[in-house]
Design a protein around this ligand. Structure first.
Ligand SMILES: [Zn+2]
Length: 347
């Protein structure tokens, strides 16, 4: 299996994260990439550097004002006379987060603090000096992975960091700034008429859902822990099925907290049936490992070997496949999870 990764992705080193009313150490540590690179090495896979694709593929799924905001945020932030170590919002607009509405109107505030509240949706997406560099490289890794699939590869792994699946068209949240999975799926549409996304990260892929919610050409399926008491809380319910032309093309398969490998396997089987019924011509797997039992912010109980089962199930779907890295924060466990996935996939 070919893989892509750019070392600049480990420059992003967030310093703050709000959890249970406290500012705590972040979970998306740069060391995550070392663990995943180690797993690739055990399979004899040396990742290639992605091309410099720039923001054009990103703008195919994100709003221009949002992308420009992220791109220029640091240089604006350092001009503030009194500032913390990272750009962080202290207001949030009253906005329902409803899934059946179009994208929000343009942001009215022109000042930095108003725009921070608008474009950064929670306190897990601080923006430091290197955030944009890593974010752009992460997206470019997904684009290069998609391009390899477009060129005829049957399976490619994009080692993306920061992750992407919580990023909406115009909002960063949940450790995610640009939605790498959505950028890649959109790229694949240049050749494949129907693209399916299967997200097995423990959190609902709310950004991916929002981006494709009104479309019938990209089927979005997310398997995740029940959001009723788990991030992202406000979306991820089974009755969110798409809207307008997209009605029926979004499938949420929430798992009860405490669910393990058997429940995941049965649910991924259901997802596989939907992908077949849809007639998908290409597949994007949003692969997170935070369903692992040792994940510090997890509520599911998968073993590393259960990711091998997922790999085997994905392989059996028989489609050109791009695997995009999402979350997974148990530093000691995630290398074994990727290892297991690759073994199951036969890579
Ligand atoms: Zn996650």
């Amino acid at each position: 299996m070919r893989a892509f990764y750019h070392p600049d992705q480990s420059l992003h080193d967030p310093q703050q994260y709000m959890r249970f009313g406290r500012v705590v150490a972040p979970k998306d540590l740069p060391e995550r990439t070392e663990q995943l690179l180690g797993a690739l090495a055990r399979h004899g896979i040396t990742p290639e550097r992605p091309g410099a694709h720039g923001v054009d593929p990103i703008l195919a799924v994100h709003s221009e004002e949002f992308v420009r905001f992220l791109e220029t945020l640091w240089e604006r932030w350092v001009q503030l006379p009194e500032r913390g170590p990272e750009a962080w919002p202290n207001t949030f607009p009253y906005w329902s987060g409803r899934v059946d509405e179009d994208m929000r109107p343009p942001c009215r505030p022109t000042g930095l603090m108003g725009q921070l509240g608008w474009f950064l949706g929670d306190l897990s997406v601080p923006v430091g000096e290197h955030c944009w560099t890593s974010t752009l490289r992460s997206a470019e890794t997904a684009v290069s992975g998609a391009d390899a699939v477009l060129a005829g590869e049957r399976a490619v792994y994009a080692l993306c960091r920061p992750s992407g699946h919580h990023a909406r068209a115009d909002r960063a949240t949940g450790f995610c700034y640009i939605n790498n999975t959505a950028v890649a799926a959109q790229r694949l549409r240049s050749k494949f008429g129907k693209v399916a996304i299967l997200d097995v990260d423990a959190h609902h892929g709310d950004g991916t859902q929002q981006i494709f919610y009104r479309r019938s050409d990209v089927l979005t399926i997310s398997v995740h822990a029940d959001p009723v008491n788990y991030y992202p809380f406000f979306t991820g319910y089974a009755d969110e099925r798409g809207n307008g032309a997209g009605e029926g093309f979004n499938i949420n398969l929430p798992l009860a907290h405490g669910a393990g490998g058997a429940e995941m396997e049965a649910t991924v089987d259901r997802a596989g049936e939907a992908i077949r019924d849809f007639g998908a011509e290409a597949l994007v797997i949003a692969l997170g490992y935070d369903a692992h039992k040792d994940d510090p912010i997890g509520v599911l109980k998968l073993e590393a070997s259960d990711f091998g089962t997922i790999g085997r199930q994905v392989k059996a779907m028989g489609l050109p496949t791009l695997v995009v890295q999402e979350g997974g924060y148990a530093i000691e466990a995630i290398g074994g999870c990727l290892d297991s996935f690759l073994t199951g996939f036969g890579a």
